[in-house]
Design a protein around this ligand. Structure first.
Ligand SMILES: [Zn+2]
Length: 176
């Protein structure tokens, strides 16, 4: 359940009362969540759906976590706005222990706490989904760098006022 306490967004599932078997959960994650970790780059729109299938066995719990959606980014090369697709799927084992010792495959929960906090996992997964350098125009077949803008960038590189010219250009280019 999405919990908002003191503005803090967390994604927590309480499993204490759940019966054995499969249970489905859904969360919608937006950039506000990522900003809690002071990630300025997540000022742009982000829509990620988190689908969790919790499988409760007699003595253990497994979570299948699927993230799908997109993050709005700008091409690092030509600044064209682009929705970067996110799609990850992982299986996590839930074990009792120190949450800070969690790994990619094992999510630790406090001994006497019947809650699983997926926040850190979701944050890390989304952070890793984006490459260090974002050039959708080179990665995806359906996107091409904007030649006009690339031309202007090259043309203005030596000019003192490149930033103002460039800002003006972008403003006009992407007017709704
Ligand atoms: Zn580009």
């Amino acid at each position: 359940m999405k919990q908002q306490q003191h503005q803090k967004i967390e994604y927590i599932i309480e499993y204490g009362g759940l019966s054995s078997g499969e249970h489905e959960f859904e969360f919608d994650v937006d950039n506000q969540f990522m900003q809690q970790y002071s990630l300025e780059s997540f000022e742009n729109t982000m829509n990620i759906n988190v689908h969790i299938t919790l499988i409760k066995y007699n003595h253990s719990i497994q979570a299948k976590v699927k993230l799908t959606g997109n993050i709005s980014v700008h091409c690092d090369k030509c600044l064209i706005p682009y929705l970067y697709p996110v799609h990850t799927e992982n299986v996590l084992l839930i074990e009792k222990g120190n949450p800070e010792s969690s790994t990619d495959e094992i999510l630790m929960v406090e001994e006497n706490d019947n809650k699983i906090n997926f926040s850190q996992y979701i944050y890390e997964t989304i952070s890793l989904a984006l490459p260090y350098k974002i050039v959708p125009c080179e990665v995806f077949e359906n996107v091409k760098c904007d030649d006009e803008i690339l031309g202007k960038i090259n043309q203005n590189l030596s000019e003192k006022n490149k930033f103002s010219t460039f800002a003006e250009l972008l403003k006009n280019k992407f007017k709704p």
